[in-house]
Write a protein that binds this ligand. Structure first.
Ligand code: BG6
Length: 614
């Protein structure tokens, strides 16, 4: 059975009770989604472990009963896709002698070959997972050094892995990664390994982001890092995580998603003020190693991303195309690399990713680089794979985003694509300083306007009640809000499981209008802009066929108000910036409908926060 790698792994060595630290860490990685969990802890050459399908409520007490203490240990939250969650398939997995314990996030592509070979040499497998081969491989190579046995084992693995390994008779813990996220926490005489930073933050803010192919040996005396080949140690850089532990907690909100929706004003403020010189209204791009000369000779710009980030790319395409006569397109990453895209050394690829770990986007980045493009990223995660594999980064400063459905990362991405488009347009001389100052001046007002947009959700609650049992929602928009229509529909699909489609409003009459009927509501993004009148006539076409319409409008838009069934007012801003505010009521609508349906808003079924396999 192949592991869908959104699992969470945690390892610890130090003076605290490893069981407490590991369970606490796994709880902080719950948002990665899971159906089983397990822990193994070691002390004085003894090992204790328990694992089972189920959630914390049902499994934690059993683990605490069976695994009382340890000064080192590993733990895992598993999220299976193929095959059933079971005691055997839960992690940790063990070698035949049961002294080697491993937890794994990723997919071992050659696990069948390895299993066949290991079985032929007498190894007995207990589970159906691909991960278990790692425990047997380490046992196979062990000659007194856990580190060397792990290095020999990972050298034979094909595919993606983040692993943590303990041995009953060896002090220390070994961790390794390849195309799956893994971060090391550097504490006071204690060290952690985890899939993501929230599991480490309660203990330290000092972290090492392992690179692909690296192996870390964590012992009380300290950390040693090794590359893929060769016996020599490699040097490492300790980074300090900027955000606080409470940022990765609910802070009194019932759900991370709601907290993150209400954090958008602060996230937008932190993001725009980190990229705009407030006094001079200049753009500052501290982490971008791309010279202005390169922008001046650009022949093509691609925005590339997945999911919600892809919708930010669509707005980026509109913004750049509006401000500069540059050829620009926006592609979903999983299609981009197989198009194949026309790319040369005058091409810029902008890869957008909240997590920086999405495999499809990373693969598109690799393909773009292989073809000679300059590749930059808009990302929310320092130290992530995409940041380390591109020629520069524009950070969104949204802080940790835990809810699977992206909200604050999206609105900050929207602000950043407009800043980037404005910068490129000005560097290339397509807009003057006055135009730049106008756009950036408005962007600095957006955080306050986002706060206003969040003040009144009364109509949103009414709409949620009115259409709770609806099976289909349509979302329509034009130009910059074409993306808002798609994002609004995606939010509803992600967390309420209601079928929803986003369409360009002008496209409705070429087919989708056939769907219009009395119980299928249409959300029309009808805020002011170049094609507002056309938007109003599209609404009339739907009303004429008996479809209920919920319109997003700006204040004093009586014409639209008289036409529709529900009006959600949003402060008026320049059209290019309107997607930032317009999406907020749509996030809240999806949230309240999902909540009223009693669904798991933060961990919707079948989804994960970042998909680290293609
Ligand atoms: C999906 C998430 O797995 O990946 C979405 O559920 C997200 O919310 C998409 O938009 C892309 O992720 P990222 O991290 O590359 O922006």
């Amino acid at each position: 059975m192949r592991e869908m790698p959104m699992c969470g792994i945690v390892g610890y060595i130090g003076d605290r009770n490893a069981v407490d630290v590991i369970l606490d860490g796994l709880k902080r990685l719950e948002y990665r989604g899971y159906d089983s969990l397990g822990v193994a802890a070691f002390k004085d050459n003894k090992g204790y472990w328990w694992k089972d399908p189920g959630n914390f409520a049902s499994v934690e007490f059993k683990i605490r009963k069976k695994v009382k203490k340890g000064d080192r240990g590993i733990g895992h939250t598993r999220w299976a896709t193929h095959g059933k969650p079971s005691h055997q398939n839960a992690h940790p997995h063990f070698s035949c002698c049961e002294k080697f314990a491993i937890v794994h996030n990723g997919i071992i592509e050659n696990h069948r070959d390895l299993r066949r070979r290991l079985s032929a040499s007498g190894h007995k497998f207990r589970s159906e997972t691909d991960s278990e081969v790692i425990a047997h491989l380490i046992e196979e190579h062990y000659q007194g050094s856990l580190l060397e046995a792990v290095r020999a084992a990972v050298a034979q693995l094909e595919g993606s892995y983040a692993i943590a390994v303990c041995h009953q008779d060896s002090d220390g813990l070994v961790a390794a990664r390849n195309m799956s996220p893994l971060v090391i926490g550097v504490g006071e005489n204690e060290y952690l390994a985890a899939s993501d930073v929230p599991a480490i933050l309660p203990y330290t803010k000092r972290v090492i982001y392992l690179a692909d192919g690296q192996v870390a040996h964590l012992r009380r005396e300290g950390i040693r890092l090794y590359g893929q080949t060769g016996s020599d140690e490699v040097s490492f850089e300790i980074s300090t995580v900027e955000w606080e532990q409470e940022h990765a907690e609910k802070a009194g909100y019932p759900h991370f998603m709601l907290k993150e929706i209400y954090e958008q004003p602060e996230a937008l403020k932190n993001t725009v003020e980190s990229l705009i010189e407030v006094k001079s209204l200049d753009v500052r791009l501290p982490h971008l190693e791309v010279a202005e000369e390169f922008f001046k000779q650009l022949n093509k710009v691609y925005f590339v991303a997945c999911g919600t980030a892809y919708h930010a790319g669509i707005v980026g395409r509109y913004a750049l195309a509006t401000l500069a006569p540059v050829r620009v397109s926006c592609d979903v990453a999983s299609e981009f690399r197989y198009t194949p895209p026309y790319i040369d050394d005058k091409t810029l690829v902008v890869a957008i990713s909240q997590s920086g770990e999405t495999a499809d986007t990373l693969a598109a980045v690799a393909e773009a680089k292989r073809r000679g493009a300059r590749v930059i990223t808009i990302c929310n995660a320092t130290g992530s794979s995409i940041v380390r594999n591109t020629d520069g980064v524009l950070y969104t400063r949204a802080g940790p985003e835990i809810g699977v459905a992206s909200t604050k990362a999206y609105t900050t991405q929207l602000a950043v694509v407009v800043i980037l488009a404005t910068h490129i347009a000005q560097v290339c001389g397509h807009i003057d300083a006055a135009k730049r100052e106008e756009i950036l001046g408005w962007l600095l007002k957006i955080p306050e306007l986002a706060k206003q947009t969040l003040e009144d959700d009364s109509v949103i609650l009414e709409v949620a009640d009115a259409f709770l049992s609806t099976t289909t929602f349509l979302y329509i928009g034009r130009r910059f809000n074409y993306a808002t229509a798609f994002e609004g529909a995606l939010k509803l699909k992600e967390i309420s499981y209601i079928h929803a489609e986003g369409y360009g409003a002008g496209e409705m009459k070429h087919g989708p209008i056939a769907l219009v009927q009395a119980d299928y509501p249409t959300v029309a993004i009808a805020t002011h802009g170049l094609v507002h009148e056309k938007m109003v006539s599209n609404i009339q076409e739907i009303k004429a066929r008996g479809g209920p319409v919920i319109a997003l409008t700006n204040p004093q838009d009586e014409e639209t108000r008289e036409l529709v069934d529900y009006v959600i007012e949003v402060p008026e801003v320049p059209e290019m910036l309107s997607p930032i505010l317009n999406v907020i009521p749509l996030q809240l609508l999806a949230y309240h409908i999902a909540l009223k349906k009693g669904l798991n808003v933060d961990q919707p079924r079948n989804l994960a926060k970042s998909v680290t396999v293609e």
